[in-house]
Design a protein around this ligand. Structure first.
Ligand SMILES: [Ca+2]
Length: 269
């Protein structure tokens, strides 16, 4: 007796499948100095008027050019290094943090002061001078907040194979005037668009009507096509195109061509 079986295989395809997911990370220094931060810094409850708590504080006892071992240095740990590599691959990598000073950052003298930032990696030492170039009036107690932001290239973080990533933050001032600034709200992030993996979450097939209903994870505002072929050796042809995203998930029903076997693919257009 001849049996009439029908086999359908389904597959999901994303056109951007080589784009790797990337992970951002932050540090708000709320309760302790993270172990990756070494040299010339300590945990601090933060400036008196800083409403969001603990910070990292530079604690060099001398002024002058302070950059490198006497100044705050972050040797990003392996988890963070993996995240930075993923962001280099994804593109759009940035580093942002706040630099804070108030009266407790300075001695009683009126004085000039600068902040400099350096990235280090396999690419080498990459320095950005005078991200702050400011003046402190004698006796000024006011909290001031400066936001530093650069893309990864600004720190030389362009080699996704680098085995290390470091950042140094340093000050420059008169040698008699150490600068006890704070650092807070470090964010290392990529603004590259996130890629939603296309995963089929439900499927059903009615061999009488040849209707196949598929549900998959989708991206808002994307459109999708359903392709079909009788076997994998021939080019798949669309059975439906321009299927509007239903949001985080999309469900659609298509009528498949007649045949005892077939392959179906969902493709982001
Ligand atoms: Ca904080």
């Amino acid at each position: 007796m001849k049996t009439n079986s029908f086999k359908i295989l389904v597959a999901a395809t994303v056109l951007l499948c080589w784009v790797r997911a990337h992970a951002n990370f932050t540090n708000t220094f709320d309760s302790a100095l993270p172990p990756e931060w070494v040299n010339g810094c300590q945990w601090s409850p933060g400036p008196a008027d800083w409403p969001i708590g603990g910070s990292l504080q530079a604690n060099a006892t001398n002024g002058g050019w302070v950059l490198g071992d006497p100044s705050p240095k972050c040797i990003f740990n392996e988890t963070q290094r993996a995240d930075i590599r993923s962001m280099i691959n994804a593109g759009g990598g940035h580093v942002r943090f706040s630099i804070l000073v108030d009266g407790a950052s300075f001695n009683a003298s009126a004085q000039w002061w600068h902040i400099n930032v350096v990235g280090n990696s396999a690419v080498g030492w990459t320095q950005i001078n005078e991200v702050v170039n400011s003046w402190q009036n004698a006796g000024d107690r006011v909290l001031r907040i400066y936001t530093f932001k650069t893309n990864f290239a600004g720190l030389g973080w362009t080699d996704a194979n680098s085995t290390y990533f470091e950042m140094n933050i340093g000050s420059n001032s008169d040698p008699a005037n150490p600068i006890h600034y704070w650092i807070d709200n470090l964010a290392v992030y990529s603004d590259a668009p996130a890629v939603t993996p296309l995963v089929i979450t439900a499927q059903s097939y009615n061999p009488t009507t040849r209707e196949m209903t598929l549900t998959w994870t989708s991206e808002v505002a994307a459109t999708y096509a359903i392709l079909h072929s009788a076997n994998v050796t021939v080019t798949m042809t669309p059975v439906a195109t321009g299927i509007a995203s239903g949001g985080a998930q999309t469900t659609t029903t298509v009528v498949l061509p007649a045949g005892n076997t077939g392959f179906v693919r969902i493709q982001k257009e």
